[in-house]
Design a protein around this ligand. Structure first.
Ligand code: TRP
Ligand code: ZN
Length: 849
């Protein structure tokens, strides 16, 4: 056990920096094991600071020399950085350090990936490159000179000069160090240009390793679409002569918004129909937009400190969701976003890792790049837009951009902008940022003398460190339907601010059916007793696509929960309703595909636990199996015709229309697969000319315990393609029968292609194991043990990934006593590991609490 708990950092301790920076010059002399970095920094006293003490962050740096105004100095160096006596006026600091990129497996700072140099500085990686005040409220223009033998040498900003073995870059926009980037390697670019709304030409370059050129077209198109969209929608124009993206194989997250030089995980940018699924294309488009949008929401306006992380991430997720909604079906996107919100953020909010959108303290900031900061943060923006309305929202955003451009701002600044711009009092709304946990909203209704009343009650359960909860300001979008299915009241926004609140609707001739929380207008759990008939009625008639889908999901949940708890299940209502829904060819195939997908097993476990029932992962898995079998049998006659309708004759395009047809086609294939012994899936695999259909078919075969031949074929075809091999690894675990999942995962870790230090490959196997709920939670505990073994092994190599993935254990309190004991034992074993990173210590500590 480690001797002492790692140190916490508090928002309330914030003080402005003692020194500000006028400009920075960096000189890199690259070498895999001994890179030299010389920094020349002009420091000026900060008039807003009380002290002139001088501290620079720095980790794992070898200090070669340091001087102030040309006089050599001897700073005091510790593990965290250095202190030095300095003048009490402006001065120029020059320091030279040596670093070892090849030994850097953490993928933070300057490291090597497949022979190329690259950097990742968010959140606190720059301090592993040189000594610097590595905090986002210190912003400066950077000039960079790179010397090295690689043909391509890149950094932020505009290129100013280059020659054989060197290149110089100038970034005129003041930025915090976390947005610094450097890339060097043997790379080739897809080139393009974009003309901005004021007529400026911007060079676009998407850099990849030789061999990947064929996978860059889609990313480039997405980038241009995002640039045009941000001009159109938010009036935001790009501000440098060049915008570059680099694809890197070893990367901890999806991508990074470094000023003018975004660095992407290959999985978040490379796309081709042979190697990427429709879902991959959709994700890539969203991430490219997300990183590009950061240029304004994150870079031009950055965060004062890391407690403000959601200021840039929540807003930028909201913006990328808007972008995707505009380019694809808005309602389908909304449903997908909510599925992911519930699957990741609600799960987080409901367990030991629950935290505020603006936390009060943290140990390791990398542990706070969470669904709560990102996705719940985005929901808060959406609610603000709902409350103030479309026009007022964009007016407020204009004020935000003019008022805070060039600043390191706070969430408070953001809310204040909305108040100043719209005149609304958002005092209560601020609670959404400071109160963790998902509010539960219970609803009852009654109808008397032509007056219809909806009674709401809100309650948020205690979360770690926050026992008492106050009522939230909740925008509830409501519509009412008459008995014939017509809408008698179009969508209205009710504003709930009290613990209990009723709303009345007059002038109705009969009791309506309410459609509540349309478009998922607030991130809450809606609890309403309803009948299968009413759910089926809403699935048929609701004009709000989200709630139409929601009705089907609620009905499916009723069926599954009843099956699991041994009550009589409204299966016939469900089967009848989805048959009618599937037959309705006015409905978008993508919508129909979502509407017949069963609620996830994690969702069911959570619902059972909420209702006081200890979930049994195997029973949940079996209920899924049983209902899918019943669906297949019930839909038997419809399947062939409908499947044929979903065939796409045209050449592959990753657009929403084709993707929707393929999605529904695959849902139907999964059902047909239960009846035909795998015949249709085998045939589809054989004729597939794109990855979506190929992978869909293979998944079906694996699900049926078949597909050995196809699996071998898949590997032979794609052996050299790391991103496709990730799929090969993941699929085998994801589709394994529960009792086999851990063994299959374990065998795969012995495979010669299991490069466990590569985050994509590690996640392929272990991310899939966690998704296979019944497999991971196998009663013997072998899933937990295997996972713990590998987390312990990964921790010294890559603490960030280890800590993030340890959240696979976050639900431990939900399960039965035996599983709890096994999970606890695994967690304690991790915790007892010698020299465990502070990242993982914090996470496992919080999970165990
Ligand atoms: N800012 C990045 C984004 O949201 C996230 C990110 C990329 C990141 N790489 C990281 C965060 C490494 C922490 C550590 O787009
Ligand atoms: Zn982001």
């Amino acid at each position: 056990m480690t001797a002492h708990a790692p140190e916490k950092i508090f928002l309330s301790d914030y003080t402005p920096p003692n020194w500000l920076i006028e400009d920075v010059g960096l000189n890199f002399h690259l070498s895999p094991t001994a890179t030299r970095v010389t920094s020349t920094i002009r420091f000026v006293p900060n008039p807003a600071a009380a002290s002139r003490d001088f501290f620079l962050h720095g980790e794992q740096l070898k200090l070669i020399s340091a001087s102030i105004d040309g006089t050599s100095v001897s700073p005091k160096v510790t593990e965290q950085g250095l202190t030095c006596d300095v003048p009490d006026h402006a001065f120029t600091w020059v320091a030279e350090v040596e670093i070892n990129p090849e030994a850097n497996t953490s993928l933070s700072g300057l490291y090597m990936s497949g022979g190329m140099y690259c950097t990742q500085c968010e959140a606190e990686g720059f301090r592993r490159i040189t000594f610097y005040p590595d905090r986002p409220d210190v912003m400066a223009p950077f000039k960079v000179r790179i010397e090295g033998s690689d043909p391509v040498l890149l950094s932020n900003g505009n290129p100013t000069a280059s020659g054989e073995g060197w290149a110089e870059w100038n970034d005129p926009w003041p930025k915090p160090a976390y947005l610094f980037a450097l890339v060097a390697g043997d790379l080739i670019a897809r080139d393009d240009t974009f003309t901005t709304m004021s007529g400026k030409n911007v060079d676009l370059k998407l850099w990849v390793r030789p061999g990947d050129e064929g996978k860059t077209a889609f990313g480039m198109d997405a980038l241009k679409a995002a640039m045009a969209w941000d001009e159109r929608t938010y009036g935001r124009e790009y501000d440098l002569d060049i915008f570059q993206i680099v694809a890197v194989s070893d990367f901890n997250m999806g991508a990074m918004e470094n000023k003018g030089l975004n660095i992407f995980n290959t999985s978040a940018v490379l796309a081709s129909s042979d190697t990427s699924t429709d879902a991959n294309f959709e994700r890539i488009e969203a991430i490219i937009a997300h990183e590009y949008f950061h240029n304004w929401t994150g870079n031009r306006i950055t965060c004062r400190d890391w407690f403000q992380l959601s200021l840039k991430e929540g807003l930028t997720v909201y913006r990328d969701q808007q972008f995707s909604a505009d380019f694809r079906s808005a309602s389908v996107r909304r449903i997908e976003d909510v599925i992911s919100l519930r699957g990741r953020q609600f799960r987080e909010d409901n367990g030991p890792l629950a935290h505020q959108v603006q936390p009060d303290s943290f140990v390791e900031i990398n542990n706070f790049y969470t669904a709560t900061i990102y996705e719940k943060g985005a929901e808060l923006i959406g609610m603000m837009k709902t409350l103030v309305g479309h026009d007022e929202y964009y007016k407020a955003l204009d004020l935000y951009f003019t008022r805070h451009d060039g600043e390191a701002a706070t969430i408070e600044d953001w809310v204040r902008v909305f108040e100043d711009s719209t005149g609304r009092d958002l005092t209560q709304f601020r609670r959404w940022y400071k109160q963790a946990g998902t509010p539960r909203l219970t609803v009852t209704d009654d109808f008397k003398d032509g007056i219809y009343t909806l009674n709401f009650e809100q309650k948020t359960l205690p979360t770690p460190g926050q026992e008492e909860k106050l009522p939230q300001h909740i925008p509830i979008a409501v519509g009412l339907l008459g008995a014939n299915g017509d809408e008698v009241l179009a969508t209205q926004i009710l504003e709930m601010t009290e613990d209990k609140q009723s709303f009345t609707f007059e002038g109705l001739t009969s009791k309506p059916t309410p459609s509540i929380l349309r478009h998922f207008s607030a991130p809450v759990i809606l609890d309403r007793d309803s009948t299968p008939e009413e759910r089926a009625f809403l699935l048929t008639h609701d004009t709000d696509a989200f709630n139409k889908w929601e009705a089907g999901r609620a009905l499916a949940k009723d069926v599954l929960i009843s099956m699991i708890t041994g009550r009589s299940a409204p299966t016939q209502d469900y089967l009848g309703a989805i048959t009618a829904m599937l037959r309705d060819d006015r409905l978008d195939p993508a919508f129909r595909a979502l509407a017949i997908r069963l609620p996830g097993q994690d969702d069911l476990a959570q619902t059972l636990a909420d209702g006081g029932v200890t979930p049994d992962p195997l029973a949940i898995y079996q209920a899924h199996q049983t209902l899918r079998q019943q669906m297949a049998e019930h839909l038997q006659d419809l399947l062939p015709r409908l499947s044929a309708e979903m065939d796409v004759a045209d050449a592959y395009k990753p657009d929403a229309e084709q993707a929707g047809k393929r999605a529904l086609g695959l849902e139907l294939l999964m059902l047909a697969n239960r009846l035909d012994g795998g015949a249709a899936a085998t045939a589809q695999y054989a004729r597939a000319d794109n990855m979506t259909l190929r992978m869909g078919a293979l998944g079906c075969l694996l699900e049926a315990g078949k597909g050995d031949e196809e699996l071998a074929d898949f590997r032979a075809r794609f052996e050299g393609d790391a991103l496709v091999m990730d799929k090969w690894f993941a699929m085998q675990v994801a589709h394994a029968a529960p009792e086999k999942a851990a063994e299959i995962a374990s065998t795969l870790t012995q495979d010669s292609d299991f490069n466990w230090k590569n985050p994509n490959r590690f996640r392929a196997v272990f991310g899939a194991l966690m998704m296979n709920q019944a497999g991971f939670h196998d009663e013997t505990g072998k899933g937990y043990a295997l996972f713990a073994d590998w987390l312990i092994k990964l921790d010294p190599v890559n603490a960030q990934i280890t800590a993030r993935m340890s959240s696979g254990f976050e639900t431990w309190k939900r399960w039965d006593a035996d599983r709890q004991a096994l999970m606890q034992a695994a967690l304690k074993r991790i915790m007892a590991t010698e020299n465990l990173s502070r990242d993982t210590q914090e996470m496992v500590g919080r999970i165990l609490n």
